[in-house]
Write a protein that binds this ligand. Structure first.
Ligand code: C5P
Length: 309
């Protein structure tokens, strides 16, 4: 086998309910993940040693500075874990083509890790009945990061624990989204820490989160207005505190008629739900005109998880 290319999706969190801080430094979550048609691609090819190159996808305005091109890259760590499980040397070149914003709250690094897991597993073991099945890749993914298993799985899913224990959610139809990316990323640990700090400041201890039944019903019936009304993100106040300019971005989307508007995950990307494909085009044009984003991207969900192309 010469090379394997895998595509993996970005996510937006439809519900991100953050529970108490655990002893291991993570928070218990109810994390409803929704994969969208904004994808990174990873090509794995045999090489003399483990190499990583990162480039922006031709059509995407992704700033790739700051993405590690050494062994720290999440995709390289994924390759080493797969190699160890298969008992081979991690001699592979990983070429990462990014369209997902870096440190943008859309799990771009997790998508790269998921793509590398699937690509390396195929590159090093192309039997009809491979040694590492999907469950093994989900387990290895969870060791790499809380959002990696979902990038393998795709679709729409409820994540419990730190977000890695996944159950697919029933959905109907396609939802149309517009994403407004920002200059510069936000650090996920910093946003969680700010969330804890704000709760302490306001004397609001975290409760154990519960899945929103209104959200599940809206998804199952394809009710876009219901979905818009049910979108919630407990990290949003923290992201806004750390990046106050996002207030203007969210307001611009709401003023332009978005059905729902929220910070995606730990931000700073903002996500806007549209009523239809045409409405998404209008919304994207309005956001571009408002000058409140680095770039404006349209995408649809749900979208499949890591897929060999
Ligand atoms: O799992 P991952 O490496 O993506 O998590 C990055 C950071 O986000 C963690 O180190 C932690 O600070 C925070 N986090 C959390 N609770 C979660 C998931 C992530 O506090 N459930």
């Amino acid at each position: 086998m010469t090379a394997v290319t895998v595509r993996a999706p970005a996510k937006v969190n439809l519900q991100l309910a953050v529970g108490p801080l655990r002893g291991d430094g993570y928070h218990d979550l109810v994390n409803v993940f929704h994969a969208v048609s904004l994808v990174d691609e990873v090509t794995a090819a045999p090489a003399g040693r483990l190499e990583v190159t990162v480039e922006a996808a031709p059509s995407a305005r992704v700033a790739i500075e700051g993405v590690p091109v050494d062994g720290d890259n999440l995709a390289a760590r994924a390759a080493r874990l797969v190699a160890a499980r298969l008992g081979v040397e991690p001699q592979v070149s990983l070429r990462i083509r990014k369209a997902i914003p870096v440190a943008g709250g859309m799990a771009g690094g997790s998508a790269d890790a998921a793509a590398a897991l699937v690509a390396c597993a195929r590159l090093w073991d192309d039997r009809d009945d491979p040694l590492l099945g999907r469950d093994d890749l989900l387990e290895i993914g969870a060791a790499l990061g809380s959002d990696v298993p979902f990038a393998v799985l795709g679709g729409t899913a409820v994540g419990l624990g730190r977000g890695e224990r996944l159950t697919p959610a029933l959905t109907r139809g396609t939802f149309h989204w517009v994403f407004a990316t920002a200059d510069g990323g936000l650090s996920t640990p910093a946003v969680y820490a700010e969330c804890d700090r704000l709760r302490e400041e306001h004397g609001e201890p975290a409760a154990m989160p519960e899945v929103s039944q209104a959200l599940m019903t809206a998804l199952a019936t394809g009710d876009v207005k219901g979905l818009g009304a049910a979108l919630t993100n407990d990290l949003q106040p923290a992201a806004l505190r750390l990046r106050p300019s996002l207030d203007r971005t969210l307001a611009a989307g709401r003023d332009a008629g978005a059905i729902g508007a929220l910070v995606s995950g730990s931000g700073p990307t903002c996500a806007f739900l549209a009523e239809s494909e045409g409405h998404a085009a209008d919304l994207a044009a309005a956001l571009e005109g408002a000058g409140v984003a680095r770039s404006v991207v349209r995408a649809q969900g749900p979208y499949p998880g890591a897929t060999i192309i």
